[in-house]
Design a binder for this molecule. Structure first.
Ligand SMILES: Cc1ncc(COP(=O)(O)O)c(C=O)c1O
Length: 458
């Protein structure tokens, strides 16, 4: 039998996270405060615990993973690396396709890799309650799960369209003890304002982030902080365990070289988790195509300007240097809810500007086609977000076939779609449409960014 699974023992789990900030050709432009000057760590203190702020600004290459975090990660890690032999055969490709299976965590995605770390650092800092947003529901359930392990309270603002599409995600959060409300909600000033102006809004991650930050900073006891599931440096850092494990597993599979790395991108955490350790190789001279994939309906990396913008709708976050469609932009209600974010991680934006990675946008119908081919060959049913990475892997495998090249393609299988079957149902009944964002909409949404300073591009 030819091996399809490459597994590590618990004792082989990486003991440190990899920090790409240590190896960038130039430092990424800093976040700016309301006065246009770079923010200082103490300005973030009402929002995040100081131990996480220290990670956020760190340029130390390797950061130790605390033993207690490793013990929680060991519930589902090391995650297997699979070879997709059945898909390879179905496509008739000479490419060898590997995928890092992150669907095996209790909530079903990569998100708990940072949720358990963030909950741990909050608890160490004396915090009792964490607030957050969630798009697809994967992040909210990951943080609810992590808070359950550590005995913390968890409050989740869930983008309204996902709240309605995915009631089982809310039930998962409640099972872990989290409290989940649809966003915009009447509970916050930010939510009430949006509801007054747009009572039928599907919501957005930007709005949900504003609500969660507002609730954290308004708690006068000082025992509540906010937690973000993507975008920020420390979140991407915690995800690098994915790529570090994958490197060891590719060795076990006998691969000496990787040609292509792929991941889907909402805020950018799962892609970065796999890709950053390989970007380090690329900076050191390796030839690797590294492809972050987004939906054509929310094309931040491929079509949005590089600008300073807020991470949330109500302008509570500092200005971040990122490819952004504008913080007031409400993406169309596609089923890949976790990819409906107006910006993308500053570190990803910076690596795009340095030509270290090459983004790609794919229509949702092609993604569902790829997801169904996947389910009928490899078996696992992917999340709609993950299907973007699968579709790009299929494109690359077909290209390798045309070129007659034995490429090694590795992608991040970020989560399962067992709570996302409504999207599959819509696809099968022909109710899904492609929706490439019109240029006029992009121009209108990004107009407001002109008033902010422009970050240096490299
Ligand atoms: C399964 C899955 N994949 C990918 C994403 C996108 O997020 P990120 O870009 O932070 O990995 C999400 C977000 O909710 C998700 O649930």
């Amino acid at each position: 039998m030819e091996p399809i699974k490459f597994t590590l023992d618990e004792k082989d789990m990486p003991r440190q996270w990899y920090n790409l900030a240590a190896d960038l050709p130039t430092p990424a432009p800093p976040p700016l405060g309301p006065d246009g000057n770079p923010i200082t760590p103490d300005m973030l203190a009402p929002v995040f615990p100081m131990n996480l702020i220290e990670q956020e600004v760190s340029t130390q290459r390797w950061i130790d993973i605390p033993e207690k975090v490793l013990e929680m990660l060991a519930i589902w890690r090391p995650a297997p690396l699979y070879r997709a032999r059945r898909l390879e055969k179905a496509l008739g490709t000479p490419a060898r396709i590997y995928y890092k299976y992150e669907g095996g965590s209790p909530p079903g995605s990569h998100k708990p890799n940072t949720a358990v770390a963030q909950a741990y650092y909050n608890k160490e800092f004396g915090i009792k309650r964490i607030t957050t947003e969630t798009g697809a529901g994967q992040w909210g359930s990951a943080l609810s799960f992590a808070c359950a392990l550590l005995g913390l309270e968890c409050k989740v603002f869930m983008v309204r369209i996902s709240f309605e599409q995915k009631p089982f995600r809310r039930m998962m959060m409640e099972t872990w003890g989290g409290k989940c409300v649809p966003s915009p909600s009447p509970e916050t000033q930010a939510g009430r304002q949006i509801l007054e102006e747009y009572p039928d809004t599907p919501g957005s991650l930007g709005i949900a982030i504003s609500e969660a930050i507002e609730q954290a900073v308004m708690d006068t006891s000082g025992k509540t902080r906010y937690s973000l599931g993507s975008v920020l440096n420390h979140v991407l850092l915690h995800q690098t365990i994915i790529g570090l494990e994958a490197k060891k597993q590719l060795k076990l599979a006998g691969e000496k070289k990787v040609d292509t790395i792929i991941g889907c991108v909402g805020g950018g955490s799962n892609f970065s988790g796999l890709a950053f350790p390989f970007i380090a190789d690329k900076i050191n001279g390796a030839q690797i195509d590294i492809i972050p994939v987004e939906p054509t309906s929310c094309p931040t990396m491929t079509r949005a300007p590089y600008a300073y913008d807020h991470g949330d709708t109500a302008e509570m976050t500092p200005l971040l240097a990122m490819h952004s469609l504008g913080h007031k932009f409400v993406p169309p209600p596609i089923h890949a809810g976790g990819l409906r974010y107006h910006g993308v991680a500053p570190l990803i934006s910076h690596t795009i500007n340095h030509n270290l990675i090459t983004p790609r946008a794919i229509d949702q119908i092609e993604c569902y086609e790829a997801a169904v081919t996947w389910a009928r060959t490899e078996g696992f049913i992917p999340a709609p977000e993950t299907s973007h990475a699968i579709a790009a892997a299929v494109q690359e495998a077909k290209k390798a076939k045309e070129e007659g090249k034995e490429k090694v393609i590795v992608f991040n299988w970020s989560g399962h779609g067992l709570m996302d079957l409504t999207g599959y149902d819509k696809y099968f009944s022909g109710h899904l449409k492609n929706f490439a964002l019109p240029q006029d909409d992009i121009n209108a949404a990004t107009k407001a960014l002109e008033k902010y300073p422009r970050p240096a591009t490299a």
